[in-house]
Design a protein around this ligand. Structure first.
Ligand code: MTE
Ligand code: MO
Length: 378
């Protein structure tokens, strides 16, 4: 069925010579990769649920640092997986050129599932890195939907792959390792180098959320302490084309009451200062001191203490111009309509005249340039 004259180039016998490739190495790398992808998948799914909550989903406002940890893990495990996946693909690369390409329909199916796994895993890592770099030009598709649905493809094909390969992995890891003879790198040396690369990538990026490591954070596109008022900015006021009307009024709308509050009115309400991080889904986070009015106090003005509210922005068209504040966050005394940041009036890029800041909430839901809050369910 497969003409032998096609058996040329990488298809010929003995085309790949490295003595480091072995089922044991592939199994070890696969195990590390499965852990990284597993953590990355679960933390990513969590982040998705928080941002697009189905009716059964409930996300607490405490502990304040929880999302910072889960999203930090999501990005860190994704980045550490880059060298792991590269090494893993290298270790099985000759199989791409195995001859014959498949033996029977079952084998063809297995090869196809590996193709789905390898391409979806690569797609996830590449799009994730592009998103961290905020470089959307190479992605002519919606990043969020593509990254979310491909994650299911990757994890599904990973589970199938593990189930199919488990006997081989068991055998490879159970047997006494065959020493790699000859000069040059040993298998253990290769594993150590791959592990060291993954560790170096982590150390060089995790400082974007782990403060003590921020000076080592040479590969992260964001440092937690750069930007106006000591905080990074994702979208500036100019980029969002924000125009604050001179007679700005913050609208507070409930089913039974409605208030239009000037900045002076807001400043006359009881002010509170809280320390909370902004935790961007892209993996950076930064602590800051916010001062403003408790959202719980605003809801009390409306007589709706247990309400879910829609927070809207002066920004005209952006998927991030509004967010929904569910009761756990709306009620939390740490949740503010902030007017000040680190002791100063909010910088325009941080949301002047007022912005939302709530504990344990993705940065993308911390709406800036807030113009109104509307009760959607009392
Ligand atoms: N209206 C509006 N609010 C927004 C955004 C936006 O694009 N528009 N970006 C969000 C994102 S993705 C993050 S991480 C934080 C960043 O806040 P900062 O610029 O004050 O650091 O604001 C959020 N609030
Ligand atoms: Mo963000």
């Amino acid at each position: 069925m497969w003409p032998p004259r096609l058996r040329v180039g990488p298809f010929r016998r003995g085309a790949f010579t490295s003595r480091l490739r072995s089922p044991r190495l592939t199994s070890q790398l696969g195990l590390l990769l499965a852990v990284a992808f597993g953590v990355c998948f679960l933390t990513g799914l969590l982040s998705h649920l928080i941002q697009h909550p189905p009716s059964w989903f409930w996300w607490p406002s405490r502990p304040v640092w929880l999302y910072r940890v889960t999203q930090g893990l999501h990005v860190a495990t994704g980045l550490a997986a880059v060298p792991l996946l590269a090494a893993k693909l290298w270790s099985v690369f000759p199989k791409l050129f195995a001859w014959p390409p498949f033996r029977d329909p079952v084998h063809a199916l297995e090869r196809l599932s590996v193709l789905v796994l390898a391409s979806s895993a690569l797609f996830q890592l590449v799009t994730g890195v592009l998103n961290i770099a905020r470089w959307y030009d190479p992605m002519p598709f919606g990043f969020i939907a593509a990254h979310y649905w491909t994650a299911w493809l990757a994890i599904g094909s990973l589970l199938v792959h593990i189930a199919v390969k488990l006997p081989i992995v068991r055998r490879a890891l159970g047997a006494t390792p065959r020493p790699t003879h000859g000069d040059g790198l040993s298998r253990r040396g290769l594993l150590a180098a791959v592990g060291a690369t993954a560790a170096a990538v982590t150390v060089a990026t995790v400082g974007q959320t782990v403060r003590p490591l921020r000076d080592l954070s040479v590969l992260a596109p964001r440092r937690p302490d750069t930007g106006p008022q000591g905080l990074p900015v994702n979208t500036s006021a100019a980029a969002a084309r924000i125009v604050v009307p001179v007679d700005f009024r913050f609208l507070l709308v409930g089913p039974r009451a409605r208030h239009a509050l000037s900045l002076a009115d807001l400043a006359a309400l009881p002010q509170h200062t809280v320390s909370l991080p902004i935790t961007c889904v892209e993996g950076w986070s930064a602590d800051a001191r916010w001062t403003g009015v408790r959202v719980a106090d605003l809801l009390a003005l409306l007589g709706e203490p247990g309400a879910t509210v829609l927070v809207e922005s002066l920004q005209a068209d952006s998927p991030y111009r509004s967010s929904t504040l569910a009761p756990p966050h709306a009620r939390d005394p740490l949740t503010l309509l902030a007017l000040r940041l680190n002791g100063e009036v909010l910088h325009p890029d941080h949301g002047y005249p007022c912005r939302l800041i709530a504990p344990n909430r993705p940065g993308v839901l911390q709406t800036k340039w807030v113009s109104s809050m509307t009760v959607v369910s009392p």
